[in-house]
Structure formats: C-alpha cells, structure tokens
Ligand binder design. Structure first.
Ligand SMILES: [Zn+2]
Length: 240
C-alpha cells in the first residue's frame, strides 16, 4: 500500500504539471488575441482618418471649383460692364460682382480651415502608421514566440501523459479510476497531503486517529470533508 500511495503522489505531481501546461496553452492564444485586437484598433483608426482626409480633399476640390466658377462669372460681368448702356445695368452687374467676391472670400476662409485640418489629419495618420509598423513587428515576434511556446507545451503534455499512463500501470486499476474521478471533480487535486494536521485540499482539521492511520500507510484514507485521498505530509514522506 505504501508503494501505491507513493505512486499516487507521483501521479498527482505529473497531473499538476499537466494542468499548469494546459492552463498556459489556454491563456497564450488569449494574449495573442489581445495584441491582435490592439493592432486592429490602430488599423481602424488609420482607416477612419484616411476617410476623413479623402472627404477633406473632396471638399477642397469642390470649393476650388466654386471659386473658379465665381471668378468666371466676375470676369463675364466685368466684360458686360464695358458694353452696358445704362447706369442701372452697370450697378446691377456691380452688385453681382460684389456678391461673388464676398462669396469667394468666405469660401477661401473655409478652404484655409480645411487645409489646416488636412495637415493635422496627415500628421495623425503618419504617427499612427509609424506606431503600427512598430506594433506589427512586435505582433509578429510575439506570434512566433507564442507558437513555439505552445508547440513546446503540447509536447510536454504529451510526454507527461505517457509518463502518467506508464506509472498508472503500477497501481490497481480501481485505485487509478478513483484517482482520476477525484482529479476531475476536485479541481485537479486528488491527493491531499496532511500539513500540520490539516487537509491541504480543503484546509479542514483531520482527526488525530486518522492522522495516525495515514502515517502507517496501510490503507487508502480519504478526507471526511472533501473526499481527497489523504497522504502524509511531504516532509514526513521524505523522512520515511
Ligand atoms: Zn479535505
């Protein structure tokens, strides 16, 4: 029985390593996803600013055309002024010319505003692109690192699984089954060493009589509270 208990402890050590590796295998892709999302957000920002720049350019073009058209009209009216006969007609043309000149002044002000905004947007997009280039390199490096790490962990789990299967052949099948059930139902901890008279699985005090029985290692005893297989503390196990 003492040998069985020793093997159970070894199985638990292997399973604890497997659980740690499997947890890492779960969390690594999440880390990568976080990085990828950050990258995507930066890409979205660039897309957004680029669209605003395009709209800005369209508006500038439209304003330039408006100014040109107004200038053409002004030219046309000024030519007409040369040939009109009455003062009234001359004045009417004059007011058309003034109206268009005022309009052009307003459009030019708007154009300047657009150009200023354009400069801000261009700087912004430049900054984002520069950062994105850095982020892309970090992401690629991190992705490679995580892929290598996951491959390593996969192999480690495979190796540990084999070790476990081989080791399990040395204890009765029924005991291994019991161990496996406890492992899956007790948060990956089937074996609980008694530490200072307390079950290390659920932290409940163990009756002294039970502690004595366990120290003899003549039978498999479970914690009355959490049902985990109780074993002597790691220290006393080493001493024995
Ligand atoms: Zn317990």
């Amino acid at each position: 029985m003492k040998e069985n208990i020793k093997i159970l402890c070894e199985l638990q050590a292997i399973d604890s390593k497997i659980i740690t590796a499997e947890n890492a295998l779960k969390s690594l892709p999440e880390e990568l996803e976080k990085l990828e999302n950050k990258f995507k957000t930066a890409e979205e920002s660039i897309k957004n600013i680029t669209q605003r720049l395009e709209q800005n350019h369209k508006n500038q073009k439209k304003f330039e055309i408006d100014i040109l058209k107004n200038n053409e009209d002004i030219n046309k009216y000024e030519n007409q002024q040369l040939i009109v006969k009455t003062n009234k007609e001359y004045k009417a043309l004059n007011s058309e010319i003034t109206y268009r000149k005022e309009k052009n002044a307003q459009i030019e002000e708007n154009l300047i505003e657009l150009m200023e905004a354009e400069m801000v947007l261009e700087n912004e997009v430049e900054e984002f692109k520069k950062n994105l280039e850095g982020d892309r390199k970090i992401l690629e490096k991190e992705r490679d690192k995580i892929e290598i790490e996951m491959e390593k962990l996969d192999k480690k789990v495979e190796k540990l699984d084999k070790e476990k299967q081989n080791l399990s052949k040395n204890i009765p099948e029924s005991l291994f089954k019991k161990y496996q059930i406890l492992l899956s139902h007790k948060n990956g901890k089937a074996i609980a060493p008694i530490e200072n008279g307390i079950c290390s699985g659920c932290h409940l005090k163990i009756r002294p009589q039970v502690i004595v029985e366990i120290s003899k290692q003549k039978s498999i005893l479970v914690c009355e509270n959490c049902s985990r297989i109780l074993v002597p503390s790691q220290k006393s196990a080493e001493e024995n």
